[in-house]
Design a protein around this ligand. Sequence first.
Ligand code: TMO
Length: 329
Amino acid sequence: MIRRIVFLLTALALIATACGSSDTSTAADGGSSSSEAAADSTDPIIIPEHNWSSQLVGAAAVGKILERTGATVEYLPADSQVVYESMCQGDVTLVHEVWESSFGVAFEAQLEAGCVKDLTTHDALTREEWWYPSYMEEQCPGLPDWEALNNCAEMFSTAETGTNGRYLGGPIEWQKKDPERIEALGMNFQVVNAGSADAIWAELETAYANEEPIVNFNWTPNFVDALYDGGFIEFPEYEADCVDDPAWGTNPDAAYDCGNPKGGYLKIGVWEGAEAKWPNAMGVLSNINLTNLDIATMAKLVDIDGMEAEAAADKWLADNADRVDGWVG
Ligand code: TMO
C-alpha cells in the first residue's frame, strides 16, 4: 500500500515537472500551490499601431494598462485592414479600435472564420462620413442633404477633377466605398484620397480659415468636434442590404447607394487563442470601455495640443486613474 502511494506521488511529481517546464512557475516547496490562478504566458502581447491619432494614443494606453498585469507588450505598425488577417494568424494579439464603418467587413470576415474573437464593445458610438464646415450652408443651400451637395458639385471642383466636385477622402487603406457610392448615386464628384490623416486636417485648416469650399472625410468621436463647426452629409440611411443587395435603394443595379452607418460600433477584437494564452491580461482588456469623450480626448491631445502619442497616453491614464484602476482590479 505504502509503495503504491509512493509510486503515485512519484508519477504525479513527474507529471508536475513536465507541465512545469513551460514558463509557468512551479511551487516545489510543497504546500499551498493548489489553487493559484493560471499564469499568463511571458510571450509579448502584440498591439498594432495605425494611422490616426486616437488609435495611437489608445494603443499606448492599452499597452501600459496590460503591462500592469505583468505582461510584456510590443507595438507593431500595421495596415488597418490587413491587421485582421494578422490577428487571425496570431501575429497581432488585439485591435482595440475596431470601427464598424471602416473595418467591420474585414473584422467580421475573421470572426466568421473563427480565428478572431469579438471581446467587448466600447460605449463609444461612431460615425465616419463626408463632412463639411458650416459656412458652406450659405454657399450651398440645402446642406446637409446629399442631393443639395451634388447640385453644388462644381463649387468643389479643382483642375484635377474638372467639372466634378472634389471629395477629399481619407487614406485609401481605410477602404471607404466612396467611388462606388458616387457611381451608384450618380453624383458629380470625384474622390481624391489624402495621403494621411494629417493631410486632411492641413487642408481643412486652410479652407476653414478662408471659408473656401471643402467636403472631406471625417469621423466622430474626433478632435474636429472641438475645433470646427460643421456637419456630416446626409445620404440615404444605411442598412446592411444597401451593401449586400444591389436591388436595395434608389439604384436597383448597384450596392452602396446609401451613407455609412450612424451610431456604428467600436469594438475590441482579439486573436482567438489570446484568452487561453494570457488569461489575466485578456481579462483586464475585456474590462476596458472607452467613451466618445475618451476617443475625442485622445485625438485632441495629439491633433490640437501637439503631444506625442505616448505622452498623451500617460496624461490620459493619469486623468482617468480611477476608472483604469477599476479595470485592472
Ligand atoms: C478609422 N477612422 C477612425 C480613421 O475612420
